[in-house]
Design a protein around this ligand. Structure first.
Ligand code: ATP
Ligand code: MG
Length: 730
């Protein structure tokens, strides 16, 4: 039974808003997600809408599951049947049902990011292009951007020679996908839009069905998703979207917060509702977050207040280096836990790039503090997990060339590069896919008309693999369950012997296989298709175990969207990390970096720790870091400084600093001149052991150490600590 008393007046207005288009624009923690969930419950219970006439779109599968649980607890079984999931999951569902209208079968596979890269690479190679000139990652990004803007290979704009080449790779990539009966993530959306545009009767069927469409995190929708919403809402026009422009952080994936403006233009009669009370954070956290975001231009300033009290100031900690940064995080968490005022799961540590997690993990391990790392790669990127998924995908769809290439020689059975080429060529000439040919060889053996095409040495491993594949497919057709199939694959390929060599690493690999097996078991009802679909669509957040237990959470700022924690640490608040170096020259990118920090800070209920390091080791040795420019925007009254640098600045006179430096500098580095005068001078030519030759731009004494700015021919501008950098004057 839903009870609207738990909502404030604005929230209630949103939940009970009249039919039509509703746009809820509001800051973090103001209850947008809660309102959306309550709206679904309200539609079903108070308005008598049938669940299967409702489509609700969340940003992650995890968010969808949580919403499902919440609805379950509000309505019980009456909540069954709502189409609830991410855009991708909902689209996959539609495409499977409508395969007759599509250029692929309904058992299509969804290629994950690794597979997509592999296919782009293959397309580049097949076109005899140079991978160094046409880097697969950047070509893949260009293709993805095109798809997100509804651009097919045929319409790909060609203003330069490079565009022309990209277009050709895009075409080739598409045909490789289709040969494998596969789609990529972007295709899920694009193909659904095409399906609905090209087939009015299909469009009408879905548009009639979805009387109500609700979207969370609307600011991070892209153009295709927006078009999709318009198509699906074309009959009933009941669109309920919630979002916050300031939290748009997926521009790199094509998200466009201007969809909010588009929405207002396309639906001038839409009701706009603002929520102003934040229920998550203390006022201090909110004020700090606002100081950061207010610097962004072209935004609606929002007034957010909290009744949770002013709370503690944000801690700004400067560590000596990245090891001390990780140590500070772990020590502080440990202290809180020891004090009995918090438990592990109250903490989240956030960072800009995945690579930053490694030192943190090590520090957590050393301290014996439990943690969980959010990120699809950790589990799904593992070789053994990937192998098994590819076996399963091949059983499901033998046309899947990427999976075939991956596992045909796992464990090694003597299928080399040459045999692979022969297999592909023969298949193409016979108008079959490589997988179909293998199955034929496996089933018919010498009776196969293609048997004679292969050399005596290569035919055996091919028939072996073909008969395995044929056998697995037959078993599935005869009703073998998913866990049964899983075990049979392990057995037939002697996979354990292959992966587990008795070492610790081998044992861990086998554990991962067991973990995947456990997951497969959960899908014993849904079967292979549902299992594979779920795997393909996992996003970072989805790797979070439902129950946090007592572990702290380590995650990127991107993955933190929508979540909340009592204590939030954000590390790496240095120029080049946050904001990321990549965004330096682009104001739009810079604004997005700012939003990332904003999202991070606003995850906190009680306390925020902002952490940075005075110097970090890069490829060529330690480098001095500049504090993130965003730190300058925080009013002193909201922060409490801790750590190395600050103490020195506060307590030390220049004389005492010079003395201390002299005392603590190793004697072999102590030349009296080095303390007062730089050893390097502008225009000096220098050599660095890793970066080679460069020219000194500037040099100064800072904190008793000489800091040199050098422009290297190889890597460009670097700031170095002279005593550590091993620079040689030429
Ligand atoms: P974000 O922008 O970060 O996604 P949001 O606007 O979706 O945030 P929610 O996650 O829905 O906000 O709500 C934030 C927190 O406040 C949640 O813990 C939620 O349960 C709580 N909350 C929201 N509204 C109320 C209310 N009226 N009374 C009590 N708690 C509330
Ligand atoms: Mg939310």
């Amino acid at each position: 039974m839903i009870n609207l008393d738990h909502l404030n007046a604005q929230q209630r207005a949103a939940v009970t808003a009249p039919l039509g288009q509703v746009l809820v624009l509001a800051g973090p923690g103001s209850g947008k997600t809660r309102v959306l969930t309550q709206r679904i419950a309200f539609l079903i219970e108070a308005m008598g809408v049938r669940p299967h006439n409702i489509l609700a779109v969340t940003f992650t599968n995890k968010a969808a599951r949580e919403m499902q649980h919440r609805l379950q607890s509000l309505l019980g079984d009456a909540a069954e049947g709502v189409w609830l999931g991410t855009f991708h999951a909902n689209c996959a569902r539609i495409l499977r049902r409508e395969a007759q209208y599509l250029s692929f079968d309904n058992n299509f596979v969804i290629m994950d990011s690794d597979d997509q890269q592999a296919l782009v690479k293959r397309a580049i190679r097949e076109l005899n292009l140079d991978e160094k000139l046409y880097r697969p990652t950047s070509i893949h990004a260009a293709i993805s951007t095109a798809k997100n803007n509804l651009i097919t290979p045929a319409d790909f704009p060609t203003q330069s020679y490079r565009d022309e080449i990209t277009k050709r790779i895009y075409e080739r990539y598409q045909s490789l996908l289709r040969d494998s009966n596969a789609v990529d993530f972007d295709d899920l959306l694009l193909e659904t839009v095409r399906l609905l545009v090209d087939n009015p009767q299909v469009r009408e069927r879905y548009a009639r069905r979805f009387e109500h469409i609700l979207v969370d995190e609307f600011q991070d929708t892209n153009l295709v998703q927006y078009e999709l919403l318009k198509l699906l809402a074309s009959i009933h026009g009941n669109l309920f979207v919630v979002g916050d422009e300031d939290q748009s952080i997926y521009r790199w994936r094509g998200a466009d917060y201007r969809n909010v403006l588009r929405f207002e233009e396309d639906y001038p009669a839409c009701q706009k509702i603002l929520l102003e009370q934040n229920y998550r954070s203390t006022q201090t956290v909110l004020d700090a977050a606002r100081a950061v975001i207010d610097r962004n231009k072209h935004r609606t300033r929002k007034h957010l207040f909290s009744e949770r009290g002013s709370g503690e100031r944000l801690v700004l900690y400067e560590a000596v280096d990245e090891h001390a940064e990780a140590a500070f995080v772990v020590d502080t968490i440990q202290q809180w836990i020891n004090s009995g005022k918090a438990r592990g799961s109250d903490f989240a540590v956030m960072y800009r790039t995945n690579a930053q997690s490694r030192l943190l993990e090590e520090a957590f391990l050393r301290a014996g503090l439990p943690y969980r790392l959010v990120g699809a790669l950790r589990f799904y990127g593992r070789r053994e997990v990937k192998d098994l998924i590819c076996f399963l995908r091949l059983v499901h769809n033998p046309d899947d060339e990427v999976s075939l290439a991956r596992v045909i020689n796992v464990p090694p059975r003597g299928v080399g590069e040459k045999t692979m080429v022969a297999l592909q060529l023969t298949a193409r000439q016979a108008n079959m896919t490589a997988g179909q040919l293998l199955i034929e060889l496996g089933e018919k053996g010498e009776q196969s008309p293609h048997w004679g095409r292969f050399s005596g040495r290569s035919i055996l491993p091919l028939t072996d693999f073909g008969s395995l594949l044929a056998g697995w497919r037959r078993a599935v057709a005869d009703g073998l369950s998913l866990p049964g199939l899983f075990d049979r694959i392990l057995l037939d390929t002697a996979y354990q012997e292959y992966i587990d060599d008795g070492s610790n690493e081998g044992k861990e690999r086998w554990d991962n296989v067991q973990e995947l097996r456990r997951l497969a078991y959960e899908f014993r009802e849904g079967g292979l298709t549902a299992f594979l679909e779920n795997l393909a669509l996992v996003s970072d957040q989805d790797t979070l175990p439902e129950e946090a237990g007592n572990a702290a959470t380590l995650l990127t700022l991107h993955a933190a969207k929508g979540l909340e924690f009592r204590f939030v640490f954000i590390i790496g608040l240095d120029e080049g990390l946050l904001p990321h170096a990549r965004s330096k020259d682009d104001p739009e990118e810079m604004a997005e970096e700012r939003r990332l920090l904003y999202v991070g800070i606003t995850r906190a209920k009680d306390r925020v720790y902002l952490v940075r390091a005075h110097q970090r080791s890069q490829y060529g040795g330690p480098e001095i870091q500049e504090p993130s420019r965003f730190l300058e925007d925080l009013p002193e009254s909201l922060i409490q400084r801790q750590g190395q640098r600050r103490q020195r600045e506060r307590w030390e006179s220049p004389e005492s600093r010079a003395l201390r430096t002299r005392l603590f500098t190793p004697s072999h580095q102590q030349t009296s001149a080095a303390l007062v005068e730089p050893r390097f001078h502008p225009t000096d030519r220098v050599r660095h052991p890793v970066w080679g030759e460069g020219i000194v731009m500037e040099s100064r004494i800072q904190d008793g150490d000489e800091t040199v700015d050098v422009f290297f021919e190889s890597v460009g501008f670097k700031r170095l600590v002279a005593s550590l950098a091993n620079l040689e004057i030429l």
